[in-house]
Design a protein. Structure first.
Lengths: 478, 396
């Protein structure tokens, strides 16, 4: 037998965002062989996205909301007992069911594999893709994408932004754009002010999370002061422009939820930032064979887990947005919980203090999830609204050039398939470079709606290695 | 009154195509598929239309090679079938038959190609033997390690995502009833007919009476045969395939090799499919292989497959690997297809094994002819399940 203690890691952590950072913090000092993988060049994830080390940014992520996270980031980043793999993409997991698993990676010097006994998958989320006429024009971005530019480089990627969506993050990003010297045409919310008010009636939650609401109120104040219209009960109708965005049309939504395109008005802008919500980055953990469950409110395919944050695959832990999109604080608590769960299963750190720690985390999580639920209610977008935004020639699968009309016609002639995978095979939806990230959410729901089956029966597109495309030359032995 | 009624088990290429030909000839046909149509090997294979004798069939001595060469008449029928299939079904199946090259890079492989060529000539398969200069002239994208190639002008590829579904649509038009998400629970025979219990995924069960059963369950044909108290030596095998992003026009031919595991082709939309019999791995369940779960890809084999591909077509290094996927094909103990009525189970027919995609339309035509007329014009005794009587002689 070969002793493989030196070559097999104890834990590979995928994602150095809030969940990963908290897990590293908790796992520290135990003499474990830990590897951390992140596509970015520095730790922090999307929320604490840092400028490159060579940049000096004096007012990076100001504000009390970020203070705790920044402190944790500073602590963890300086640790020397962690093997960091930055600028590195996880391509897949092999032998996921076995005691020793293989993680397939592509780093700055090409592809390689790591052997490990456990994996914590905490890759966060991405913006919900929303298709409408003009959404593939250069200049249409996700609010998250805009924010990434501003945070990492203090660069405003455009001149005049129209924000449209349902998630309050767009207020924050609009404020950050203004602060960084950009211009904002308007911030458009699809929900009515009354809906927001109704959701806010849960005063206890409001009280416990008053810091967040106070910050949001301040942001709203700054936007008003700058004369930026914040419009409720409206939706984007289309982005205009020949080769790039030159404007966007916005329409009111009637009492019945139907948009009134006759009453559209046009805003001049060169960027449209879309912010309708977020989808968990669940491709990798699903590729590893973990069970996933459909929860539209929580972002689509989310990963069920036990009390130790372990997925249905032994020793594959999950934390953060892939258990249901709920924000950075929940992610961090779940990262801690996963680390504690892992330690107790390893027979380490099983004393009273760990029990107390877990109890504290679980109680904080209860409160935080209450807030996340409220936020989901607040930012709910009915699928019927998103469906109204489509015209026949609107691309849904942008990689393969398949339109809304194609979706209808491909579904119509065949009563024979009722799984997303069967449909993908027959129609090309989801077969391109993005591997379905743009269209799978819609296709799954459409199939469910059409077949009368539950989304869990219809399933998502199966995820396969490599979970992101990779240059063949990078894969071959040098 | 229908000519005959047939229960087809399996909604893959062979099942759907057989249903089409049977219904067109007047039979009453019902297809039962436990999942969606075209979900297993029929839709997941790489779509090669290959007619040259594969190296795995000729590398084990002359006697065996002679035996395997007897498959050639089926290949000739397949060339005919594929050439007319789009017209027959009235749809675009992305069939491209621009020719295929089987490459040799060592003197030993060249000798194998020569032997193969002689066999093909004897059996009337139109192929050519190209020397290095001729190969590179025809296919300048190939590496100059290539020393020779067998060439079949009709080889090529079709889109496996479309073929089965096109047959299914034509079959439905001809009156075939499809039950998807439905599996067969039991098969019993009495003096007059077969009794099949089928169960739909919603829990509903049905008892069907049918004169004839056609087992077209591919890799699962052995499991279905067990319901009829029969052993069939057909084994599921887990394979691996790779596909690149859409690339500019690069490969004109179906590429195979006389000594290395590779098939390559560029489909109409530009992606390059790379496969050739590299393994994936079955999961285990309770100490047995789990044929009901997608096999797991093997890292070394993805790299191995791509290494052969880039050795032969160096420009492939500049393409992105989009996806590796796995699928379950089937292999019989003697590598020949199993086609025909099972002697121990009257009116129970089987069509599985062999090159199921390339030969699928031919299997289907033969089965329809055999079931409806009791015989076939082409000689197919070689493939009859009769050759496994020794396995079933103790099955009471």
């Amino acid at each position: 037998m070969i002793a493989d203690h030196d070559t097999v890691a104890d834990m590979v952590i995928v994602g150095a965002g809030p969940a990963g950072l908290a897990a590293i913090d908790t796992l520290g000092g135990q003499g474990l062989n830990i590897h951390v993988i992140d596509e970015q060049h520095r730790a922090g994830g999307q929320i604490y996205r840092q400028p490159p080390a060579t940049f000096r940014v004096s007012n990076w992520m100001d504000g009390p909301l970020y203070d705790e996270g920044k402190a944790l980031l500073r602590d963890v980043e300086s640790r020397t007992d962690i093997n960091w793999h930055f600028g590195t993409t996880v391509l897949g997991l092999f032998d996921a069911d076995d005691p020793v698993k293989q993680v397939w990676l592509n780093g700055p010097d090409g592809a390689y594999t790591l052997k490990t006994r456990a994996v914590l998958i905490a890759p966060g989320c991405y913006d919900l893709p929303v298709a409408f006429p003009g959404w593939t024009l250069p200049g249409v971005m996700s609010a998250g994408g805009v924010q990434a530019f501003v945070k990492s480089q203090q660069i405003v990627p455009g001149n005049r932004f129209l924000f449209a969506g349902a998630h309050p993050l767009q207020l924050i990003v609009a404020d950050q754009v203004l602060a960084a010297g950009g211009d904002v045409a308007a911030v458009v919310f699809s929900q009515s002010f009354r809906e927001v008010f109704k959701a806010l009636k849960h005063m206890s939650v409001l009280w416990r999370h008053q810091l967040k609401f106070r910050e949001t109120a301040k942001v709203l104040g700054r936007l008003r002061k700058a004369g930026i219209p914040v419009i409720f009960n409206h939706s984007i109708l289309n982005a205009e422009g020949q080769d790039a965005v030159t404007g966007a049309r916005v329409v009111p939504i009637g009492e019945d939820g139907v948009i009134d395109s006759a009453r559209a008005r046009t805003f001049d802008c060169d960027r449209v930032a879309i912010c309708y919500g977020f989808l968990p980055n669940s491709e990798l953990v699903r590729q590893a064979g973990a069970h996933a469950e459909w929860d539209r409110q929580a972002g689509g395919w989310i990963i069920p887990h036990d009390r130790d944050m372990c997925s249905s695959v032994p020793d594959i832990y999950v934390a953060g947005e892939i258990t249901g999109v709920a924000g950075a604080e929940v992610a961090a608590e779940e990262g801690r919980l996963a680390a504690l769960g892992y330690l107790s299963r390893m027979g380490k750190n099983t004393g009273d203090s760990s029990i107390i720690q877990r109890r504290d985390i679980e109680s904080r999580l209860k409160s935080l999830r209450g807030f996340a639920d409220l936020l989901r209610q607040l930012s709910h977008v009915p699928q019927s609204l998103l469906d109204q935004l489509l015209s026949a020639d609107t691309l849904i699968c942008r990689c393969e050039g398949r339109t809304a009309a194609d979706l209808e016609t491909d579904l119509a002639p065949s009563p024979h398939f009722n799984t997303a995978d069967g449909f993908k095979l027959a129609s090309r939806f989801g077969m391109g470079l993005c591997q379905g990230r743009f269209c799978s959410h819609r296709v799954t729901q459409k199939l469910a709606q059409q077949s009368g089956l539950d989304e869990n029966k219809v399933g998502g597109f199966s995820t396969r290695v490599p979970v992101k495309p990779v240059l063949i030359g990078d894969l071959l032995p040098k | 009154m229908a000519l005959r009624d047939v229960l087809v088990i399996g909604g893959g290429l062979v099942g759907c195509a057989s249903a089409f030909y049977l219904a067109k000839a007047g039979a009453a046909v019902r297809v039962v598929e436990r999942g969606d149509l075209n979900r297993e090997a029929s839709g997941r294979n790489a779509g090669s239309l290959h007619f040259q004798l594969e190296h795995r069939l000729i590398e084990h001595g002359d006697a065996q090679a002679e035996q395997f060469a007897q498959i050639i008449p089926l290949n000739l029928m397949a060339i005919d079938a594929w050439s007319g299939l789009e017209a027959e079904l009235g749809v675009d199946l992305e069939i491209i038959m621009h020719g295929g090259l089987m490459l040799a890079e060592t003197p030993e492989q060249v000798a194998r190609l020569e032997k193969k060529y002689a066999l093909e000539q004897r059996w009337g398969l139109p192929t050519e033997l190209l020397d290095k200069e001729a190969v590179l002239k025809r296919a300048p994208y190939l590496s100059d390690t290539v020393m020779a190639a067998g060439y079949s002008p009709q080889e090529g590829h079709a889109n496996p995502r479309h073929v089965t579904l096109a047959y299914a649509r034509a079959a439905a038009k001809a009156g075939v009833i499809f039950d998807t998400k439905t599996h067969v629970k039991s098969l019993k025979r009495d003096a007059s007919c077969w009794h099949a219990t089928i169960k739909h995924d919603d829990g509903k069960e049905e008892l069907l009476k049918t004169q004839t059963v056609l087992n077209a369950a591919g890799a699962w044909a052995g499991q279905i045969a067990e319901m009829a108290n029969i052993h069939l030596p057909v084994y599921p095998v887990p394979l691996l395939m790779n596909v690149t992003e859409e690339a500019p026009p690069l490969l004109d031919h179906l590429i195979q090799h006389a000594g290395r595991k590779i098939t390559m082709k560029q489909v109409r939309d530009g992606q390059i499919l790379i496969g050739g019999g590299w393994s994936s791995r079955f999961h285990q369940k309770n100490g047995r292989l789990d044929y009901d779960r997608a096999p797991e890809p093997i890292h070394e084999n993805i790299i191995g497959n791509l290494a052969v591909a880039t050795d032969l077509v160096p420009q492939l290094k500049n393409q992105h690997l989009l996806r590796s996927w796995t699928g379950i094909a089937s292999v019989t103990t003697d590598q020949l297809p199993i086609l025909g009525e099972v002697p121990e189970a009257p009116d129970f027919y089987v069509a599985t094994g062999g090159s199921g995609f390339t030969l699928g339309p031919v299997y289907a035509r033969l089965m329809s002819e055999l079931i409806l007329t009791g015989g076939t014009e082409a000689q197919i005794d070689l493939y009859s399940p009769r050759r496994f009587r020794h396995i079933n002689m103790f099955m009471g």
